[in-house]
Design a binder for this molecule. Structure first.
Ligand SMILES: C[S@@+](CC[C@H](N)C(=O)[O-])C[C@H]1O[C@@H](n2cnc3c(N)ncnc32)[C@H](O)[C@@H]1O
Length: 342
């Protein structure tokens, strides 16, 4: 099917008119069957150390690929709790898991509410907790969600459309300095200030509304890197992380998950970019090391004993075979820890 790419912001279209154009664009995209190939599936299950009867949390249910295998491993005496921000993914996963088992509870919520949600269910200690971060294939495949820089769609990028702030809102309302921070912190963009200034100048002519419009703006302002590398993926990633407050959610969720582990319980995290992985690596390392009193000249006095043991001294990465079967797995990095008994 050929898709007519509309460029609503060329000229001086009003926001209202741009929105109407988008209604037309949305209708022209077919709704394909959602599919997501679970990444490092075998390795994640092994690292979770699953046994029949365990109580497990999947913090990022997605389409339920990991959860389906978790349910099989814990059997009817175990229980699975799962979190998912995206109602559409949640619905597909619920149907899928319902065909396998009944012993699961799904929350349409962020994993940053982990403790609160689980305690309200009367559950407080867990044997294994999984985070498979980032987006799922249906997010990228469905142009109308606005995650893909290679497809025309609205600048949306929300995992949970009940949330108000979209990527367009970030571009059209943030101050120049806040925009520069977003591009620098989350996109590691060297020309973040130049880009932020150009966004603020350009939006005076009319709002940013579409992915392809923003893409051609990026090409105009940043051009290609010397290596010929396209910078759009990093900038789109930065917007997505800001819209969904991904690093904040990870910080809140991962700290709570570690607290919620039973002795010998495990946390497994799959990250897809260096900012996430850096945070996970540092937190795990910090909690897997005794904190010693810097004022003790013999360095013996322990202020806080280590609470975790590292199961992955080096992170696990997908095999060449997995990457050739599923190129979206290429940047995945798996880290795992086990809670030490006190
Ligand atoms: C990589 S996919 C998970 C795929 C899943 N493991 C599978 O095998 O089908 C990540 C999912 O996490 C969801 N998500 C992202 N951030 C979240 C958050 N803070 N809380 C809950 N779900 C989140 C996304 O909507 C997406 O569906």
């Amino acid at each position: 099917m050929t898709v007519n790419i509309l460029r609503p912001r060329v000229g001086l279209l009003s926001t209202a008119r741009s929105k109407n154009l988008y209604k037309v664009v949305h209708k022209s995209y077919p709704a394909s069957e959602p599919h997501h190939e679970s990444v490092l599936l075998k390795e994640s299950l092994e690292m979770l150390g699953l046994k029949p009867g365990m109580t497990v949390v999947d913090c990022t249910l997605g389409l339920g690929g990991h959860s389906a295998e978790i349910l099989k491993a814990i059997g009817p005496k175990g229980h699975l709790y799962a979190f998912e921000k995206d109602a559409r993914n949640l619905k597909v996963a619920k149907e899928r898991l319902g065909k396998i088992a009944k012993n699961f509870t799904i929350f349409h919520d962020s994993f940053s509410s982990l403790t609160d949600r689980l305690r309200r269910e009367g559950a407080s200690l867990f044997d294994a907790i999984l985070f498979d971060l980032g987006l799922s294939s249906p997010h990228v495949d469905d142009a109308a969600r606005g995650f893909s820089f290679s497809k025309e769609g609205p600048l949306d990028m929300r995992f949970d459309p009940r949330q108000k702030k979209t990527a367009a809102d970030v571009l059209n309302s943030y101050t120049e300095s806040d925009l520069a921070d977003v591009f620098y912190k989350y996109g590691e963009e060297r020309q973040s200030r130049k880009l932020a200034r150009a966004v603020v100048d350009d939006r005076r002519k009319g709002p940013f509304v579409s992915t392809q419009q923003f893409l051609s703006f990026l090409d105009r302002v940043l051009g290609r890197a010397k290596s010929g590398k396209n910078r759009a993926p990093q900038i789109f990633q930065a917007l997505r992380m800001e819209v969904n407050e991904e690093l904040l959610a990870l910080e809140l969720g991962l700290n709570q998950a570690i607290e919620l582990l039973a002795p010998h319980g495990r946390v497994v995290v799959l990250s897809y970019h260096s900012l996430e992985d850096r945070f996970v690596k540092q937190l795990f390392k910090q909690l897997a090391t005794d904190l010693r009193d810097p004022n003790d000249i013999f360095g013996r006095r322990v202020l806080r004993s280590k609470s975790l043991s590292l199961l992955t001294k080096k992170p696990i990465k997908p095999s060449a075979e997995e990457v050739s079967r599923n190129p979206r797995a290429r940047s995945a990095v798996l880290r795992a820890v086990e809670k030490l008994p006190t």
